[in-house]
Design a protein around this ligand. Structure first.
Ligand SMILES: [Mg+2]
Length: 247
């Protein structure tokens, strides 16, 4: 049995709210929406953005989306959702009203983008431009995972960049930010400061968020299963996450 199989379900959200101020950090793909064969093929309920705003109000405006997607990409699916959000694995953090938290993200150089796009075209992969970097998606061809990772690592080593891997995606990003740093950045400011933070996510990159929440006296919910996860609780999938959150 995988280690994460043994994780209990989290207490009901209502019980957490009744127990004191909480903050919720929510991953997007694989957590709030089902993973799709291609990143632009996700099925997003039309009212998800509004439902997240209502949840945000219920917990004192201490909900934040924390996604590997760029903020622009999230806005494409959720519209102008007025809750705090961190895109690009924490490299781009914004408040509900659009003000930046921390520095505006810096993208990759034109030369690196050209190399990544060339590789994607040659191999038939999807290349996604991100505010802070670039992503090679191989959901439609999982056999290209190793070549894509090798290529990304070579560029990262020569350009001083960081490689991040997710489900069927490898990304090159500017070093320094991760989902954990986004949690710390929000938690250092009102209205998040002093609340108990909870991170809910399914990806390897969410482990940084789990660790940050634990360091701040909070907790974590793994969506699905992963042996060795730091998470303290788990929920089996997207529908159970939405149910737990009341979305
Ligand atoms: Mg995810």
């Amino acid at each position: 049995m995988a280690e994460s199989d043994a994780l209990p379900n989290p207490p009901p959200l209502a019980a957490l709210i009744a127990g004191g101020a909480i903050a919720l950090f929510l991953d997007f793909d694989g957590t709030l929406v089902e993973i799709a064969p291609a990143p632009d093929a996700i099925d997003v309920p039309v009212d998800l953005g509004r439902a997240l705003e209502i949840l945000d109000q219920k917990i004192g405006n201490r909900a934040a989306l924390v996604s590997g997607r760029s903020l622009e990409d999230i806005a494409r699916y959720l519209g102008k959702v007025e809750i705090a959000r961190a895109g690009s694995h924490g490299a781009a953090c914004q408040w509900a009203d659009g003000r930046w938290l921390g520095a505006e993200p810096k993208g990759l150089s034109d030369a690196v983008v050209a190399q990544l796009q060339g590789f994607a075209t040659d191999c038939g992969l999807d290349y996604e431009v991100k505010t802070h970097g670039g992503a090679l998606h191989f959901r439609s061809n999982p056999g290209l995972a190793e070549p894509a990772l090798t290529f990304a690592r070579e560029i990262a080593a020569s350009e001083g960049l960081t490689v991040k891997t997710g489900k069927c995606v490898v990304e090159l990003v500017q070093p320094g930010a991760d989902k954990g740093s986004a949690v710390h950045a929000f938690m250092a400011q009102e209205p998040f400061a002093g609340a108990i933070p909870w991170f809910i996510g399914d990806d390897l990159t969410d482990e940084d968020g789990f660790a940050a929440c634990h360091a701040l006296g909070g907790s974590s919910v793994l969506v699905g299963h992963r042996p060795g996860s730091l998470a303290q609780y788990s929920l089996p999938g997207v529908s159970s996450v939405r149910e737990w959150l009341g979305l």
